[in-house]
Design a protein around this ligand. Structure first.
Ligand code: TRP
Ligand code: SF4
Length: 351
């Protein structure tokens, strides 16, 4: 059976933290074992929300690529590339924008939500409204079967499907044949890949993202200043883990604790084995273990897991040229496919 083509992108909005790793990235790393994977740095998307500050983008792209490679995305298995290095995305974006009703974009819940929530940035641009059209171009230009995303991206995926359908309806039947890709699909939200016409309607591969709390117990997020970064220096990393907020009702060492309300315990569930977790659960409730010791044990476990990542990171940071070579090779490979699709699109549109 032909492999599924999987594609996803991530904005280079800064260094990656453990929440990103446990969420999206680890899922990508798993997917690359059995699928034909394309993962890219969505640098143009990053500009849509911070056009006034582009000076950090190059560095952010580099750091993101280093994080990806250090954590285990493998250029021998996945095609890793940079969106802006495959300019075909922009051309398809332009063409798709011609057939996309503005009302589809205005009613997009993500768009409305961000307009309401993000007050410190100018989101009233044409580019921001068209963000999901660019995202659709990213996906459709590879005829991706499946797109691993979090739940917040589902409206964008639905829009991508609608745009593909509209394109196929408008143009595909004017062309005989058509080089569509048909694949068996099982395990997705929908169980059949319907294809007719040139563009493939992608399925969302909804990623079960466990909500990783930050050091203060709120959701781990760059903007909350509570994130533990993959690239944190060892001493910073250690301090953050040691200062993770615990059961606030457990003031004295002799107080019995409740792991269910403890942030450190959430991390234990990720980094410690099941036996240790249930032991800690019991000991905490009986005050048989103190928080300092508990977190020290956690830190040891976390360091064991992340040490190889740190080492790889160090190696890659010292060899940025190599990192960009990998992305360049990936971009060339991506470009080949993208330019083929674009050619078909133009033929179908008779332009
Ligand atoms: N919008 C996505 C995000 O913010 C990033 C993205 C851009 C993307 N293009 C994509 C994800 C294509 C999947 C497929 O997370
Ligand atoms: Fe949390 Fe461990 Fe302290 Fe219990 S003992 S409150 S699980 S840090």
């Amino acid at each position: 059976m032909q492999k599924l083509r999987v594609l996803s992108g991530m904005q280079p909005s800064g260094r990656m933290h453990l929440g990103n790793l446990i969420g999206a990235l680890q899922n990508w790393i798993k997917l690359q074992e059995e699928n034909e994977c394309f993962f890219f740095v969505a640098d143009w998307h990053a500009i849509s929300t911070s056009y006034e500050n582009t000076k950090d983008i190059k560095e952010n792209i580099k750091q993101m690529l280093i994080d990806w490679l250090a954590c285990g995305l493998d250029p021998a298995k996945s095609t890793l590339f940079i969106q802006s290095h495959v300019e075909e995305h922009a051309i398809l974006h332009l063409l798709l924008s011609m057939i996309t009703p503005v009302s589809w974009l205005e009613r997009n819940p993500t768009y409305k939500e961000q307009q309401e929530q993000i007050k410190n940035r100018d989101l009233s641009t044409y580019g921001f409204l068209g963000y999901p059209v660019l995202q659709s171009a990213d996906i459709l230009i590879y005829k991706a079967d499946a797109v691993p995303v979090g739940v917040d991206q589902l409206p964008h995926l639905e829009l991508t499907r609608e745009i593909a359908r509209r394109f196929n309806y408008l143009y595909a039947n004017k062309r005989s044949g058509g080089a569509g890709r048909s694949r068996a699909w099982s395990g997705g939200i929908e169980s059949s890949v319907a294809w007719s016409g040139i563009l493939t309607e992608p399925n969302a591969l909804l990623t079960e993202i466990p909500k990783l709390p930050g050091t203060d117990g709120r959701k781990m997020s760059k903007s909350y200043n509570n994130a533990i970064y993959i690239s944190d220096p060892v001493d910073v990393f250690e301090n953050k883990v040691k200062n993770l907020i615990t059961d606030p009702a457990r003031v004295r060492r002799t107080d019995k604790g409740n792991p269910d309300v403890c942030t450190a315990f959430v991390f234990h569930k990720i980094y410690s084995n099941a036996d240790d977790v249930s032991q800690i659960d019991r000991d905490c409730r009986m005050a048989a273990i103190g928080c300092t010791d508990c977190k020290k044990r956690l830190l040891d476990k976390m360091k064991t897991t992340i040490k190889p990542v740190w080492e790889k990171r160090k190696e890659l940071s010292a060899n940025a040229k190599r990192v960009f070579e990998i992305a360049e090779a990936g971009s060339m490979k991506a470009k080949e496919i993208a330019s083929n699709t674009l050619k078909e699109v133009k033929e179908a549109m008779r332009i």
